[in-house]
Design a protein around this ligand. Structure first.
Ligand SMILES: NC(=O)c1ccc[n+]([C@@H]2O[C@H](COP(=O)([O-])OP(=O)(O)OC[C@H]3O[C@@H](n4cnc5c(N)ncnc54)[C@H](OP(=O)(O)O)[C@@H]3O)[C@@H](O)[C@H]2O)c1
Length: 338
């Protein structure tokens, strides 16, 4: 297959390009080269999509498949105008952040309500909290469907993506924390749901979609699991037997300014319930039925750990720091004992 990755210089796009090369495809990555480098084995075409004619270096070329990861509405509009007639299959990597209801578990891409599109004067996410991210992805999904038809493209709403080269502090936090040993603060309840997709599995599914002509709108995420299984699985992947987990009530954590999801003072992959009970508990069955395969968690942990060891400077250091974790655990112990 002759495949064009609009992106390909970091995380998912690069994993996809690398896998496509390994599978014997003819791979072109088009990006600025600011976020990183495309895999050495792929052809790299420098483009700046902020320029409406930025894809001119690809003029006259045709591709069997394109994968676009953009968050900018104008980038998608220009790419569709320049390339849609010359591409056999179009995949757009969207996000579960398009959904309007983050509370209800078990929702399905086929009928879950989505946010309104971004206002006309908003082209991409804004500021550190990425305001308008979901709305911009909704706008891009619409552009893709308008240009290629309801069933003319593969719209893949990725869930939390984890694995090697993860630019976030989310999954790496738990790899680092469980590898460090000692008493581990485990947030919420052991039965709380957690859901994610390995970057390599998502990349493989996007390639599968391109080569089989899969179309339609899907969530790109693996099956949900309990947080107890997540933490046990991370420990097992690290070869840590019987991690010392102390489960701490969510309201106790929130009252002590322990934060959710990611960033400073956060316990990553933890969100307050029931408000966010739908975020990491979506119906993965349609994706699995349509060809998404899910590797064992231990493989994801090993790949993440190997990358963290090989490229420590690239690993984002977020989450609750050890002193703050110890302080919260001591307070929790005192309350329980008192
Ligand atoms: N990480 C998660 O957990 C998560 C969850 C849900 C959905 N997603 C979605 O999954 C996808 C992840 O994609 P990704 O890992 O490849 O990272 P990404 O951050 O979406 O990558 C953006 C790509 O576009 C390129 N780019 C940005 N501005 C450009 C410009 N002006 N001109 C040309 N190229 C430009 C970047 O390369 P240069 O900077 O080198 O130009 C980079 O290769 C995204 O669609 C994201 O929205 C992610």
């Amino acid at each position: 297959m002759r495949i064009l990755v609009l992106g390909g210089t970091q995380f998912l796009g690069r994993a996809l390009a690398r896998l496509a090369v390994a599978q014997g495809h003819d791979v072109t990555c088009a990006a600025r080269g600011v976020s990183g480098a495309a895999p050495a084995e792929a052809r790299f075409v420098p483009v700046d999509r902020d320029d409406p004619d930025g894809l001119a270096p690809l003029a006259g070329e045709s591709f069997d498949a394109v994968v676009d990861v953009t968050r900018q509405v104008s980038h998608a509009r220009h790419a569709l105008a320049a390339l849609a007639d010359k591409v056999g299959h179009w995949s757009f990597v969207s996000t579960i952040s398009v959904y309007a209801d983050n509370t209800t578990p078990g929702q399905n891409a086929a009928d879950a309500p989505v946010l309104a599109p971004a206002p006309p004067d908003v082209d991409g996410p804004v500021g550190p909290d990425h305001r308008w991210y979901g709305e911009c992805k909704v706008s891009i999904e619409r552009l893709v469907r308008e240009r290629l038809g309801e069933d003319g493209a593969f719209i893949c709403r990725a869930g939390l993506i984890v694995g090697a080269e993860d630019p976030s502090d989310r999954f790496p936090y738990w790899v680092r924390r469980l590898a460090a040993g000692g008493e581990v603060l485990a947030p919420g309840r052991p039965t709380d749901r957690v859901q994610f997709v390995d970057v390599a599995d998502l990349a493989a599914w996007l390639l599968h979609a391109g080569s089989t002509g899969l179309a339609g709108t899907y969530d790109g995420t693996g099956p949900a699991m309990s947080r107890a299984d997540l933490l046990a699985g991370v420990a097992a992947g690290l070869g840590v037997a019987d991690p010392a987990l102390t489960w701490v009530d969510q309201d106790f954590l929130l009252a002590r300014d322990v934060r959710e999801w990611s960033g400073e003072r956060a316990l990553p992959l933890w969100v307050r319930l029931p408000e966010w009970g739908g975020l990491m508990d979506r119906d993965a069955r349609p994706a699995l039925d349509a060809g998404l395969t899910v590797r064992p968690l231990s493989d994801t942990v090993r790949a993440t750990r190997a990358w963290m060891a090989a490229e420590p400077a690239a690993v984002r250091q977020g989450g609750l720091d050890p002193a703050d974790e110890a302080a919260v655990l001591a307070e929790w112990q005192a309350v329980r004992d008192g």
